[in-house]
Ligand binder design. Sequence first.
Ligand code: ARG
Length: 568
Amino acid sequence: METFQSILGESLSRALATAGVPAAGEVVPATDARFGDYQTNAALILAKQRGENPRALAQEIIDHLDVAEYAEQPTIAGAGFINFKLTAVAIARYAARLLQDDRLGVALTNNPRRIVIDFGSPNVAKPMHVGHIRSTVLGDALARIATFLGHEVIRDNHIGDWGTQFGMVIYGWKNLLDRDALEREPIAELVRIYKTTNELGTADPAVREACRQELVRLQTGDPENLRIWNECVALSMKEFEAAYQVLGIHYDIQRGESFYNDRLPDVVRRLLDSGLAERSEGAICVFFRDIPDLAERPCLIQKSDGGFNYATTDIATVDYRIKDLGADTVWIVTGAPQLLHFRQIFEIARREGYTADFRHITHGSILGEDRKLMKTRSGDNVPLGDLLREAVARAEKIVDEKNPELPPEEKNAIALTIGIGAVKYADLSQYRMTDYIFSWDRMLSFQGNTAPYLQNAYVRIRSIFRKLGAEFTAPNELVLTEPAELNLAKRLAQFAETVPQVLNDFRPNLLANYLFELANAFHAFYEACPVLKADEPARGTRLALSELTARVLQRGLGLLGIRVPEKM
Ligand code: ARG
């Protein structure tokens, strides 16, 4: 479906053309609702370009504008803004069409892409920590939104299952492993042997050397070391899978770093042959001498001992995604510390002649109440599994208080929906680059911009329909008279404008904020306008608005990876 924004935008283009002036400006939602619903600064831009009076130009554009089907006569405000106020009839017509549209007005993209999205990507033998939650939740939401908009999306988990940590893990496995502990808490035990070995190695060069040799043995295919490595991978994967299960996240493929291992010698050879890489102090590097701030920061692709790097793997990853998977777009979601790394990787890809659209989507950190990186009391990373369990347990307490008579199974299911929804929403409602403080009380509150608040709005609407008893059939025509009805209907129409915007700069928070405002508009409407007790045609119209609100909340939260309960 077309949106009001696109309809008015096209009218503006036509008006400019018939007025004989060049295309300029856009139609955007009004910054101040008192002046209208949409506005354009086209006249201001043109006036500046041509040295003319902006208000006179605005009048000339209005004289050529034909928007009577949708809006009242446009007005001029301030220095020369043109404002549009939608008519009640147009809004009602639009809402009635929305009721018939499965996509709730959201158009499919006219430029469908084949996108590989690399997100989450935790590391083996290390716990998946809260830092990974951001990438996982953000990547999942972007994948859902891109899919909904009609892109072809391949979700790839680039697991850190290879690399120098395995020298230490294997040394620790052979010398320090506590079998019972491994049975009980595999990841904790793997982390313990890794950390202890690391400490031993810091003090004792002989341990360091032994670790290095274990790593070389692994890399040269020693069966014993391969077996240990395999077991570590399997144990970690099991824990990751459990977290994905709870989070409701799936991957299409999981190509970990080890998948690329065989391809690394070729990558280095190719880059040397093409002259993009060069030998430097025994190592092999790619230099970026023509990029001022990278001039002193070469990318190391082979160490002097012959070992390969994180970067070498990522160059092989580019090949695989473009050539084997046929992607034309690659999105990689990680924390901001990897900015330099991916600038280098994308620059190398460009020099190799790749023309795909590579995007590094970075995010900030999750902080503890002390505003420092979130840690446990002992200073370790908070394991994701523990965090998710606590989210659900806390939500369960809340459900218990609000609805003690629900059967336990239903309570559990609702607690899962609320607890996990709260954790995800706390993240997605922030601009991704913002560091935010992790606060259970805030994210689980039923007040404010939280998942439970939005879920509760949905539940309220469902309960209206339960009270209705009969099946609801939407009226063909809606009659909007009350300001709260109009306001809600306008918000509903903006869903279709908001969803595509998220992908402009990868900002699911735009959608979260939209849903929050929609829920607010619904509450205001619900206070001002009785629904079931109203007479027709108001009753049918209000039920229809309620129904649409529930659908948009459910769909919008669903695009963020958040489910809605029917009761709470
Ligand atoms: N495993 C990495 C980490 O935990 C993230 C991997 C991101 N993707 C990539 N292609 N390098 O930091």
